[in-house]
Design a binder for this molecule. Structure first.
Ligand code: IVH
Length: 671
């Protein structure tokens, strides 16, 4: 019998392995071990736990009904192989495709059907004597998995044939199961709330749902399908793919409404380019356009290779995902001392930009994704979204890669770091931390705070490292001569900077409050506070209750502001600002409600007559607030030219969309 200490260790290792393989299998749809190997792990764990019942814990997979990975689905041999598609990476590849077709059939009159290529899960649906009898995944193309019961839960798949296909003796149709983007976001939010593993992307979510062993779970997942290929039809009935698509539609099958027919390859190229430009507006992930020869007799003559039909090709969109390696995990120190981890990557090109780092957000996020130095990772950049790390490719992990540990000390100043209970963020505890000071000064000088032109990173670095500036007030005691002593700053620039610093003394209270970087006080809260109290003295004296009574300032902000003024260090900072002559009062704030009072506005796309900043100012002056993302609480989405997915979000959630003119009319009074 195994010694208890050894057994405990082995049990722990087995549990960890089983949890991991469950996750790979269900959440990521990419098992790394065979069912037999998985079975061995499971049997060994069971045996050890039976021998050492005292070591059984509630979190063991053996103690949970869903702890064991289900057996594989019954295999299905496809009646005709489910082939893949050849790829065209450029318009010229498409023209080459056409030239190949012409060489093979010089006399033929060609026309093409184009369809979005959906990034979902390919399936085949078989109907016999009008009834849906079997649904299978693609598998390796020859043998797939029988997922009939799960596919029956997708409401848009007809159980019986009607319309033009009603009398087909045998009929098989292929299509793509997918999860609409909006539904995917909601599902992940629900899983996260329940503390369950989330899906990396809609494709994995759809695949996971179709390959669930329990159809009742599949039924709760928001799956959709588009059908795009008739693989068997007895009797044949039609001469073209286009006719077949129409027949499918009339028989109740969902067919992609963006399917089009074109007489020449240039129109096909234009279709592909248009679809790519509009891909963010689609409610599904499309990774290309599929181009098919329309005539079925021509298709038959062209035939197929072992890999793909010769009569079809996929015009691929620019990749939005790429793999690269993690060179290092670094920690950035923010202006409030937050320690934010980021992965430094081997630079990689992704839809037109080079990505060399991605934020890892916080400690929990790193552990959830188990990111380690040396790992190969999948990164993604979709639409106007900043690049993010989707997942680690664990099978490529180099031996000896160690789990990441958050540092216990600030990497900039060495002071102890702490993670307050209930928060995800570690913070540096040193108020004088130079890294924090640099970030704070940078924010102080930024456009929407004190707007000090020329106060760039390099100047701030030097001022802080030389210990000339320890506080915002110190900036105002610098003269042009001192500044000229800094590296990479010519006399002329030093003079400009000195003037800009002095000019910023007149910005007024709301900008000072924004610049101070009080936690939870951004531009909007700063304006509310300045408007309510009119000057710094009155604000400093305000009680927490008084602060909390201001509409738009919740109890959390009130607590943060009050706490800020309780600290000696902060009061000293303000005294210093007063001494060097800053205007700490607010002129001409209107207490009248504006046209956007109580409203939240989201901006998307480019405006013709206004910069983003000007548009934001207008919203704030009209009494509204600006938000970066659309939710049910959003009042308006202002859509300029080339609006992104936010305009779609607005439509989906029923939020009012304004164009530039409507927006300008609305805020006219505030201009
Ligand atoms: S036609 C013989 N049309 O892309 C017919 N495939 O990379 C071959 N796909 O396995 C398929 N959208 O799962 C076709 N409109 C579409 C498609 C499509 C997505 C998938 C399908 C296929 C894979 C090939």
């Amino acid at each position: 019998m195994t010694k208890p200490a050894d057994a405990a260790e082995r049990i722990e290792a087995l549990r960890e392995a089983i949890h991991r393989h469950n996750y790979l299998y269900y959440a990521e749809n990419r098992p790394e071990i065979t069912d037999a190997e998985y079975d061995r792990l499971w049997k060994e764990l069971r045996a050890l736990e039976e021998a050492h019942p005292e070591l059984i814990t509630a979190d063991s997979p053996t103690q949970s009904p869903s702890g064991r990975r289900q057996e594989a689905f019954a295999p299905v041999e496809h009646l005709t192989a489910m082939l893949s598609l050849d790829n065209a990476m450029s318009p010229d590849d498409l023209r080459e495709f056409e030239a190949r077709l012409r060489r093979a059939a010089p006399q033929a009159k060609l026309d093409f059907v184009c369809e979005p290529k959906i990034d979902g899960l390919g399936v085949a649906l078989l109907y016999e004597r009008g009834r849906f009898v079997r649904g299978a995944t693609r598998g390796d193309g020859r043998i797939g998995e029988d997922v009939t019961q799960n596919l029956r839960t997708i409401k848009t798949i007809p159980a019986t044939l009607r319309g033009p296909l009603e009398n087909a003796k045998r009929f098989e149709v292929r299509g793509e199961v997918y999860m609409p983007r909006g539904a995917f976001a909601k599902l992940n939010a629900r899983l996260e709330e329940a503390g369950e593993a989330t899906f990396a992307n809609p494709r994995n979510a759809a695949a996971g749902a179709v390959r669930q062993k329990d159809p009742a779970i599949t039924a709760t997942r928001p799956l959709e399908i588009f059908l795009y290929h008739v693989s068997i039809l007895e009797p044949p009935l039609f001469d073209t793919h286009w006719e077949r698509l129409h027949a499918l539609e009339k028989s109740g099958f969902p067919v992609n409404p963006r399917s089009e027919r074109y007489p020449d390859i240039e129109a096909v190229v234009a279709y592909g380019q248009r679809l790519e430009a509009e891909r963010d507006q689609l409610d599904y992930e499309a990774d290309g356009a599929v181009v098919k020869v329309n005539d079925l007799e021509q298709q038959r003559r062209l035939g197929a290779t072992a890999h793909h039909p010769r009569w079809a090709i996929a015009f691929k969109f620019a990749a939005r995902q790429a793999t690269t390696t993690v060179k290092a995990i670094i920690i950035n120190v923010g202006k409030t001392g937050a320690l934010t981890p980021a992965a430094e990557l081997e630079p990689v090109e992704l839809s037109g930009v080079t990505v060399s780092n991605v934020s890892l957000h916080n400690e929990d996020e790193i552990h959830r994704k188990d990111v380690r130095v040396g790992d190969t990772v999948l990164i993604e950049r979709a639409g106007d979204v900043i690049p993010y790390l989707v997942q680690v490719i664990t099978s490529k992990r180099p031996p000896g890669a160690v789990s990441f540990r958050m540092p216990t000390h600030c990497p900039a100043c060495g002071a102890p770091a702490e993670r307050p209970e209930g928060e995800a963020i570690w913070r540096c505890t040193n108020v004088a931390c130079p890294a924090q000071l640099k970030e704070r000064l940078f924010h102080w000088g930024s456009r929407r705070a004190m707007d000090i032109e020329h106060l760039g990173e390099s100047v701030i670095e030097q001022l802080v490292d030389r210990e000339v500036v320890k506080d915002f007030g110190d900036l105002y005691e610098l003269d042009a001569e001192q500044l000229a002593g800094l590296e990479r700053l010519a006399a002329k620039s030093a003079k400009n900077l000195a003037d800009a610093i002095q000019a910023s003394k007149q910005r007024g209270l709301s900008r000072v409050l924004n610049g101070l970087g009080i936690r939870m006080v951004g531009e909007r809260a700063a304006q509310l506070l300045a408007a309510r109290f009119g000057n710094m003295d009155r604000l400093e004296q305000a009680s927490q209750e008084e602060l909390g009574e201001i509409p738009g300032i919740g109890p959390k902000i009130a607590e943060s502001v009050h706490g800020f003024f309780q600290m000696d260090r902060n009061r000293k900072t303000i005294r210093h600002l007063r001494e060097v002559g800053l205007d700490l009062s607010e002129q001409g704030v209107s207490h009248e409600p504006g046209p956007l009072t109580g409203k939240t506005v989201v901006l998307t796309g480019g405006l013709r007559t206004l910069s983003r900043d000007q548009a934001k100012d207008l919203i704030l002056r009209a009494g509204g607030r600006v938000s970066g993302s659309v939710s049910k609480k959003t009042s308006y989405v202002v859509a300029g030219e080339d609006p992104g997915s936010k305009a779609d979000d607005a439509r989906r959630l029923g939020v009012a969309l304004l164009d530039e003119d409507e927006f300008l009319k609305l805020v006219a009074g505030a201009r």
